[in-house]
Design a protein around this ligand. Structure first.
Ligand SMILES: [Zn+2]
Length: 192
């Protein structure tokens, strides 16, 4: 009958909650202090193929509406909008306090990068790869308001320079997807 769950120990609280964010739409906030390296939440969602992701993006009406996609190292995509959880509301920051890491089994977890105080908004860095033209409308849609001192002002990964580091293979992504988790941070995709 009664078990440990009747005791509201602080560290049994969920580490996070969702509420309106001053950065963008909903945000995810620390419900309690979080230690560095602590796994905060899984980035849940259905794993779909890249082709399927393209189809879904089109149905939803373009890049503005599918920032819930998270690309995996196996080429598939996790669609946080399909059987996802609160993790999809974590906002981008140019100076994040969390990072997304893809585990060996292909699941993605959000880890605290450093000490996070209760009520702090959680964030991680997900420069979005968008191969289409960075039109004013696109730039507006993905403006960054994280407020960090070093805020780049945009969530879009910069258009690649010709001579980039050879290690990241240019993904031929025609759409917009956060890069795979920390296993390998890809360079911005090379357009055309
Ligand atoms: Zn920013």
């Amino acid at each position: 009958m009664s078990d440990a769950s009747t005791q509201p120990a602080t560290d049994q609280l969920p580490a996070y909650r969702v509420e309106r964010s001053s950065v963008h739409g909903n945000g995810v906030f620390a419900q309690r202090d979080i230690a560095p390296g602590e796994p905060v939440v899984e980035y849940a969602g259905r794993e779909i193929t890249w082709d399927e992701a393209q189809v879904r993006a089109e149905i939803q009406g373009g890049p503005h509406n599918h920032t819930f996609f998270f690309s995996l190292s196996n080429g598939n995509v996790i669609d946080g909008g399909d059987h996802g959880n609160e993790a999809r509301y974590i906002n981008h920051s140019c100076e994040p306090n969390c990072e997304a890491i893809e585990e060996e089994d292909g699941r993605i977890f959000i880890y605290a990068l450093h000490d996070i105080k209760q009520d702090e908004e959680l964030s991680y860095s997900y420069p979005l790869i968008y191969e289409g033209r960075h039109t004013p409308a696109i730039k507006r849609a993905f403006a960054c308001r994280c407020g960090a001192e070093k805020c780049t002002g945009t969530m879009l990964a910069p258009k690649p320079r010709k001579r980039s580091k050879p290690k990241a293979k240019p993904a031929s992504l025609a759409e917009l997807v956060p890069p795979p988790a920390a296993v390998q941070i890809p360079q911005p995709a090379v357009a055309g």
